[in-house]
Design a protein around this ligand. Sequence first.
Ligand code: CP
Ligand code: NVA
Length: 339
Amino acid sequence: MNLKGRHLLTLLDFTPEEIQYLIDLAARLKLEKQEGIEHKVLSNKNVVLLFQKDSTRTRCAFEVGAYDLGMNATYIGPTGSQMGKKESVKDTARVLGRMYDGIEFRGYKQSDVELLAEFSGVPVWNGLTDQYHPTQILADFLTIQENFGSLKDIKFTYYGDARNNMGNSLMIGCAKMGMHFTAAAPKALWPREDLIETCQAIAKQTGATLRFTEDAAEGAKDADVLYTDVWVSMGEPKEVWESRIKDLHPYQVNQKLMKLANRNAIFMHCLPAFHGTDTEVGSDIAKEFGKVYEAVKDGELEVTNEVIESKQSLVFDEAENRMHTIKAVMLASLGEEYV
Ligand code: CP
Ligand code: NVA
């Protein structure tokens, strides 16, 4: 498998075999790290991490991954460059491409990460846009593979805003890997029609199935994985909270829902998650909406504290796996075959 020079903008651009290769490479790098085996095979390279939105996991995964591979990493935060303000994305791409061997981008527009890929001349990795979050899916799928042994035929249900970056990317990933994807959400929050059609066509080839339901309980029946994400994503105005709580509180992942799933089902979340009043937003929402919506009165929004803290919850394995999978992506696009 040779992925040298490849961008990672969306998993739509990758074959199931390529996705499986990246997951397996990550598993190997994880094991090597646990055994104290170093893999500083890219020590002559430098990468830049360009963030228009904040991050904990993605930034740290790229930084630690780069250092583990022997690379240097430069972080540019939301106020750290002129890109899009006094300098075009196209010009920024051409400047960064002269200095760096690879570029990570987190921002708003998918078209911006595509411009960076088109004009920088180096591999570009999408660290989240409004549309897609492909590196997250690799970590999620490594976690599922570790737990269930393989991805094929896993019954995966996503709760919440299914037309955001996570809903879109998980649907693509499940279609590619022959999994059974269900989105449980109000119809208005299902993925856009053209993306569903694209994924249906992929599913036909891989044996995957895609299902969309407004019935939260129906979505949990026989599921192996219950997954959710924040109800309001980065970049959305805070005014949307009210309608999102109204629409999505019946889709909160709680113990009652978990009990409807398979006995050995797991809970997953890309994080960060609202599961109590120990965040500013969680606390504000509880105060403002708790009287109207019983479900959110304790700042538990998309998931209850009981579920995220339960044995079925693999959210911190998933977070750790961001690093191993992102390291595999950088190694595959910058290195020679790793043997
Ligand atoms: N899951 C995820 O992308 O987390 P960060 O926003 O902290 O990078
Ligand atoms: N949908 C979330 C994902 C965070 C990792 C957001 O875009 O904020």
